[in-house]
Design a protein around this ligand. Structure first.
Ligand code: NAP
Length: 276
């Protein structure tokens, strides 16, 4: 029987997940499908009824449903609860399990592109304190590092975030960047700055140590202004596309029973769609 999976969202046409999972299905010769399904918020309970009836092995959840599905799942992974969003559903014995794979995507991307990145005692800096920052904090607390400094435009949002997630985390406003910079080993941008040509005007990359790794989880454009400035300072950089690719791995493995690989060919196929 064909094993079926999906991504639900509203709208959903922009999703690159069908390309990622379709590539892996073809690569492994699996009798399966992965389709994008537009589900309006009012239709979410009806879609979950289809899921319970066994139509699908599971699927992905994207905007605007990542929070609403909590109430509809039979069980939610504690880390997804901590992150505050479910992006992956797995149906087992008629029960719907919700999880979040973004933190694994973040770790998988850095492990593949910058092996050894979490070795050493350096502090890390996260810029932004929204939903994506929560996933990165959850990822970083799984590695033994130094302090994690969360810098946000609205300092109160950073303070709320570090109060909610247990770990060696401190909240700051952007004005603290210059003082913190010399002891930072990893800079992660999780804010929307960098999208649509917006840029940082307060960040003096010259204050970072030359060994600092700079990564941006924004991947449109692939080379964000932050990464361009880091390269100009000869700092190591990792772009955010790999996070999207790596977060897809656990879902595919759970639905189709094969752990797929993030290959350069897959990356090239997805990269080719970025300016569309
Ligand atoms: P979000 O919850 O809306 O949070 C947005 C963050 O950006 C907040 O900290 C906000 O600060 C800050 N911000 C927005 N505009 C700003 C500006 N002009 N100047 C300074 N700060 C600004 O968004 P999110 O869900 O965390 O997503 C953030 C980005 O991550 C998006 O671009 C998304 O596409 C990307 N993302 C990528 C992946 C991946 O797989 N690579 C996964 C998830 C998300 P305030 O608190 O002050 O408003």
């Amino acid at each position: 029987m064909t094993t079926k999976a999906f991504v639900i969202g509203h709208p959903i046409a922009h999703s690159r997940s069908p390309l990622i999972h379709g590539t892996w299905l073809a690569e492994h010769g699996i009798d399966g499908s992965y389709e994008a399904i537009d589900v309006a918020p009012a239709d979410l309970p009806g879609f979950f009824a289809r899921l319970r009836n066994g139509e699908f092995a599971g699927g992905n959840v994207t905007i605007p449903h990542k929070e609403a599905v909590f109430a509809l799942c039979d069980e939610v992974d504690p880390l997804a609860t901590m992150i505050g969003a479910v992006n992956t559903l797995v149906v087992r014995d008629g029960k719907i399990h919700g999880t979040n794979t973004d933190y694994l995507g973040f770790l998988g991307n850095l492990d593949a592109a910058a092996p050894g990145w979490s070795d050493g005692p350096n502090d890390a800096m996260i810029i932004g304190a929204g939903g994506a920052a929560r996933a990165v904090l959850v990822a970083l607390r799984r590695r033994d590092g130094g302090q994690v400094h969360v810098l946000n435009r609205t300092r109160a949002n950073a303070e709320r975030l570090v109060a909610e997630i247990d770990g060696p985390f401190q909240a700051h406003g952007f004005e603290d960047f210059a003082e913190l910079a010399p002891r930072i080993g990893l800079v992660v941008n999780t804010s929307s700055i960098g999208m649509h040509g917006s840029r940082f005007d307060w960040l003096d990359m010259g204050r970072l140590a030359k060994s600092t790794l700079v990564t941006d989880i924004v991947y449109t454009p692939l080379e964000t202004p932050l990464l361009a400035e880091a390269k100009a300072q000869n700092l190591r950089t990792v772009d955010g596309l790999g996070m999207l690719l790596h977060q897809a791995v656990p879902g595919f493995a759970a639905w189709f029973g094969v752990t797929p690989e993030v290959t350069p060919q897959l990356r090239a196929r997805v990269e080719a769609t970025l300016d569309q």
